[in-house]
Write a protein that binds this ligand. Structure first.
Ligand SMILES: Nc1ncnc2c1ncn2[C@@H]1O[C@H](COP(=O)(O)OP(=O)(O)OP(=O)(O)O)[C@@H](O)[C@H]1O
Length: 299
């Protein structure tokens, strides 16, 4: 099973060209879609989730036992195999977790009450909310709400799961829990994790793409992408006032404050004088890719 996105484009009525001929092949497993704010991630996720139209291009979900699905045309067929956790997941504050989940399961077509009760109970256990199932959703923390969001996305054993920026605003412990939960989702599933947090992708994803200003700027296995920049990233501590000069001379990909001093990473084929080598990581890949398209201010 895989999702094949070909030449997908979208321009909003205000003229913003949010997706520019995006082509991606997304295999089974956890796929990370990484990009800065405004890159077009949500536009792409909403299009795959059948919530908005594209102007041109195609999306095919292939290799399903019941046959291929043309995502842009067969919306009902997509919805039957889709689990979606949107960026802004609104909950009814005065409804309990159990009642809400039961209600969503009914909407998703689970008509048998006893079967539904079992599924809801199983899901609440899976996301570790069973003990608080009778509490109103309005009393839940951000992390609990996100775990509830995953529970509702898992109703009906979806084959395609989309989670849009799920860990923004979560504390490290809740993020960890959320990661573990995502990692447990079945192997016969495509999970697309859209995020601007590089570490989420490092921890979880076997394949990924970086998008920036509506275009795919890198795609592949995270380790391979790191290998591609290995030996080309260099670091140096500088005075903050020198930053503009360094930017003029070198390809500065990121700047970081370390114990009050400014450290820059630059991309160069050979070691620039006065710089030390860096063991590159996915963050270096990310900044190398997006600084080709836009200036990134990190200090
Ligand atoms: N409904 C809309 N009408 C007009 N412009 C929009 C609409 N939705 C998104 N945009 C614009 O399209 C571009 C891509 O936005 P999108 O939300 O897809 O990016 P994103 O990568 O998900 O960003 P973020 O992380 O900030 O949510 C942005 O410039 C955004 O302002």
């Amino acid at each position: 099973m895989q999702l094949e996105i070909r030449n997908l484009s979208k321009t909003y009525s205000n003229g913003v060209h949010a997706l520019k001929s995006v082509s991606l092949t997304i295999p089974q497993g956890m796929f990370g879609l990484l990009g800065p704010n405004g890159a077009g991630k949500s536009s792409l996720m909403r299009t795959i989730a059948t919530l908005q139209e594209a102007d041109s291009g195609s999306i095919q979900l292939t290799g399903l036992p019941e046959g291929d699905i043309d995502v842009l045309r067969q919306k009902d067929a997509v919805r039957r195999v889709l689990g979606y956790l949107p960026q802004e997941f609104g909950v009814y504050p005065r409804v309990t977790a159990e009642t809400m989940l039961d209600h969503i399961a009914t909407l998703k077509g689970l008509a048998n009450a006893r079967e539904r009760k079992e599924i809801v109970s199983g899901l609440l256990q899976k996301v570790n909310l069973h003990q608080v199932r009778n509490k109103n959703l309005g009393t839940f923390s951000g992390g609990m709400k996100q775990r509830f969001g995953i529970a509702q996305a898992l109703i009906g054993n979806p084959r395609l799961i989309i989670v849009d920026e799920p860990t923004a605003g979560l504390d490290p412990a809740e993020r960890n829990r959320f990661h573990n939960l995502l990692a447990e989702i079945g192997e016969n599933t495509i999970v697309i994790l859209s995020t601007h947090i590089v570490e989420d992708v490092t921890n979880l994803c076997s394949d990924m793409a970086i998008i920036c200003l509506g275009e795919v700027v890198a795609t592949g296995n995270p380790n391979d992408l790191v290998e591609d920049v290995q030996g080309k990233i260099w670091k140096k501590f500088i005075e903050k006032s020198e930053l503009a000069d360094y930017r003029a001379t070198y390809r500065v990909i990121s700047t970081q404050l370390k114990t009050g001093k400014t450290q820059i990473h630059v991309y160069a084929d050979t070691q620039p004088v006065g710089f030390d080598p860096v063991e590159a990581d996915l963050e270096d890949v990310y900044f190398t890719a997006i600084t080709e398209r836009m200036e990134v201010v990190t200090v």
